[in-house]
Design a protein around this ligand. Sequence first.
Ligand code: MN
Length: 190
Amino acid sequence: MFTLPPLPYAYDALEPHITKQTLEFHHDKHHNAYVEKVNGLIKGTEFENADLETIIQKSEGGIFNNGAQVWNHTFYFEQFSATPQAEPTGKLMEIIVRDFGSFESFKEKFSTAAATLFGSGWAWLVVDDSGTLGIAQSSNAGNPIREGHKPLLTCDVWEHAYYLDEQNKRPAYIENFWKVLDWKVIEGRF
Ligand code: MN
């Protein structure tokens, strides 16, 4: 059985960029609902004792959708901080510059991927087996682990991630997203 991980900071820690109200709904209602649903769905199936990575790689339908959403949200919430490191350093910064030209160019390309994803889903920075970085878009509960790529950071562009704060203005949410993204966490994943 999976449990809802607590938010790794206070609900008001990311204000004004992401509000307490958004985090209360996003974590306590949405993330929690995915945990409860996947726990109900895996009972009596081959995934009853599987970890989330196995569910992401091998399951279909409701088990995949809810299991991947549990993983995606835990990964998303963990990458923010009230006192974020604003830019990558060291080896990660080096390969961002190598693969995207500059950090600013990476941010622009990632923001465009997040803004232009049609409907609900996620934008990702991923690294492949050869160590090359890439930007990916996935619809709904999609996760690059399914394609064999390692996720480094993600932006949730489901409307529930920003509608209370920004209503229909997804680009305003993406701009605020960068202000609370902690590159210390992303470097740790890398
Ligand atoms: Mn979400």
